[in-house]
Design a protein around this ligand. Structure first.
Ligand code: HEC
Ligand code: HEC
Ligand code: HEC
Ligand code: HEC
Length: 232
């Protein structure tokens, strides 16, 4: 069942690239490719109900699926665009280990219509109180964060990583923080890019209600170094 559902999203991505045959029975697709077949669409919609823990009527009036009369349908449209974007940039954001099927609504929703906001216990880290670099000196090897990031701003970001992933600085750093000598630092760089892009695309992907502070590592990681993957 899970395979089927995941396959649903996979096929859609491949459909995107393929010169398909129109499926005229779908009247009002604005985000999904118009070439999507009935079977693919059905599999995907059933996936939504599992991953959000809802019924079709959460987004539709029964048997009038093309109508846009439920606000959640608009929310879902934005989020389909979000998932398609993350899938298209998988190599940049997630790297080779992460399977395509992982990138789905369930990554954040985990069986709930409204993902519970994750609140990290933010204890300031002592490593910063006695900075590893001479006081006032700028970070030397920022590739994703702005080069103008001050040591204080950097401290907040790094403390945030610790809390949201439930790790210590050593998870990503050796003794010299500007060195790239731990593989998790490379993972974190990719994911930092992902998170900053999601923040920048907030209006397109999340809409006006979602607060900026919700879009963080914790949204998926929820206090764990490896997000627990959702299986219905
Ligand atoms: C979380 C919201 C959500 C749920 C739950 C959901 N859908 Fe959808 N559905 C959408 C969105 C959004 C679209 C439009 C996608 C687009 O614009 O590309 C859509 C489109 C459709 C369409 C195509 C309508 C047309 O002609 O344009 C059908 C059919 C459909 N859904 C059936 C279902 C069925 C059956 C279920 C339950 C198994 C279901 N949906 C569950 C959000 C949802
Ligand atoms: C990157 C994380 C993430 C992904 C992936 C994601 N969502 Fe969401 N979704 C959220 C957040 C955060 C909210 C806002 C919850 C709130 O308002 O507090 C939300 C809200 C929603 C809502 C509104 C719920 C409500 O009760 O107001 C719908 C509908 C929805 N998402 C559908 C989807 C669908 C369908 C998918 C897959 C195509 C999806 N989401 C993928 C994070 C995500
Ligand atoms: C999940 C991985 C991760 C954790 C945990 C983490 N960092 Fe980082 N850190 C990074 C990444 C990635 C960068 C580089 C960001 C960039 O390229 O824009 C970085 C950069 C830095 C820099 C800038 C180094 C330079 O001169 O370029 C310092 C200082 C730093 N981290 C300190 C810390 C401290 C102290 C902690 C613990 C409180 C910590 N980090 C926790 C991933 C992490
Ligand atoms: C949209 C969801 C999402 C967001 C947001 C996110 N991650 Fe991830 N992260 C993942 C997934 C999925 C994996 C892969 C887990 C696996 O390999 O099974 C992962 C893996 C990682 C890993 C490798 C962990 C390991 O043990 O191999 C690191 C490090 C990481 N993320 C750091 C971050 C940081 C730092 C942020 C915030 C800047 C972040 N992530 C934001 C979904 C996310």
């Amino acid at each position: 069942m899970r395979q089927l559902r995941l396959a649903g999203f996979l096929t859609v991505t491949s459909v995107l690239a393929a010169p398909g045959i129109a499926a005229p029975e779908h009247k009002n697709l604005q985000v999904l490719p118009r070439t999507i077949t009935n079977t693919q669409l059905k599999t995907m919609m059933e996936g939504f109900t599992e991953q959000l823990g809802v019924k079709c009527t959460f987004c539709h009036v029964l048997e009038q699926y093309e109508k846009d009369d439920r606000p959640h349908k608009a929310d879902a449209r934005r989020m389909i665009a979000l998932v398609l974007h993350m899938k298209a940039k998988k190599a940049l954001y997630f790297g080779p280990r992460v399977k395509d099927g992982v990138i789905s609504c369930g990554l954040c929703h985990r069986g709930q219509a409204e993902p519970e906001p994750f609140v990290a216990t933010l204890l300031p880290n002592l490593a910063f109180l006695a900075p590893p670099t001479p006081a006032g000196s700028r970070p030397k090897n920022l590739q994703v964060l702005a080069k103008t990031t001050t040591p204080l701003e950097l401290q907040k970001v790094m403390d945030g990583f610790n809390g949201q992933l439930g790790v210590k600085c050593e998870f990503c750093h050796g003794t010299e923080m500007d060195k790239d000598d731990r593989p998790h630092k490379a993972d974190a760089r990719r994911m930092l890019r992902l998170t900053l892009d999601l923040k920048a695309g907030k209006a397109t992907y999340f809409g006006p209600r979602v607060k900026d502070t919700v879009i963080t590592c914790g949204m998926c990681h929820r206090g764990k170094a490896e997000p627990e993957l959702f299986a219905p």
